[in-house]
Write a protein that binds this ligand. Structure first.
Ligand code: COA
Length: 155
């Protein structure tokens, strides 16, 4: 089986991330927003590269013991191969190393694939933001995760 590593992306990857955003989201971050976010260290972006370039990425922030998944996407044609799961696993490993204890994210109510992914990782729904997305007034579901240490480290 092919092993693909996640790596931290930087300013040289902004064009690739922008392209993938466009393929994955109806309302998307612009190149300038991504550049600014990275320059200000507002979030980090991890990516998975394939032969043809970037195939998946996740943008996440950590602040005051809380992590937020901002965006996660896998290139159409490369989905259901475990890329998003690998990225999320890496984000949670980073959080454990950095003593980040809680994770949050928002997801469209209709986004069954993403909800399935997050629930598989133990995120549970803790709220609803009514009519949150301006393009279609769709609700956002708010999810939360207690990021526990690995079992071996547990007291
Ligand atoms: C959601 C998304 C990131 C999943 O990426 P992916 O690389 O295909 O996900 P994985 O292969 O790692 O799947 C991991 C698990 O997520 C769930 N999942 C992923 N796609 C799914 C689908 N189409 N239907 C149901 N469950 C799905 C499954 O539990 C899956 O595990 P399994 O394959 O063992 O059943 C991808 O569909 C995507 O880019 N969607 C568009 C962007 C988006 O909506 N992002 C989320 C914003 S909140």
């Amino acid at each position: 089986m092919q092993t693909v590593a996640c790596e931290l992306l930087g300013q040289d990857d902004v064009d690739a991330v922008t392209e993938l955003e466009g393929l994955c989201f109806r309302t998307r971050w612009t190149r300038e927003q991504i550049l600014l976010g990275l320059a200000r260290h507002a979030y980090r972006i991890l990516g998975v590269r394939g032969k043809g370039g970037l195939v998946a990425y996740v943008a996440f922030s950590t602040i005051a013991g809380e992590m937020e998944i901002m965006n996660i996407g896998t290139r159409p044609g490369h989905r259901r191969r475990g890329h998003a799961a690998r990225l999320l696993t890496t984000v949670l490993d980073i959080c454990r190393r950095e003593d980040v204890e809680t994770g949050f994210l928002e997801v469209r109510r209709s986004n069954a694939p993403a909800i399935d992914l997050y629930e598989k990782f133990g995120f549970t729904q803790v709220g609803v933001r009514k009519n949150y997305y301006p393009d279609n007034n769709e609700d956002a579901l708010l999810y939360r995760l207690d990021i526990r240490p690995p079992a071996d480290d547990a007291i």
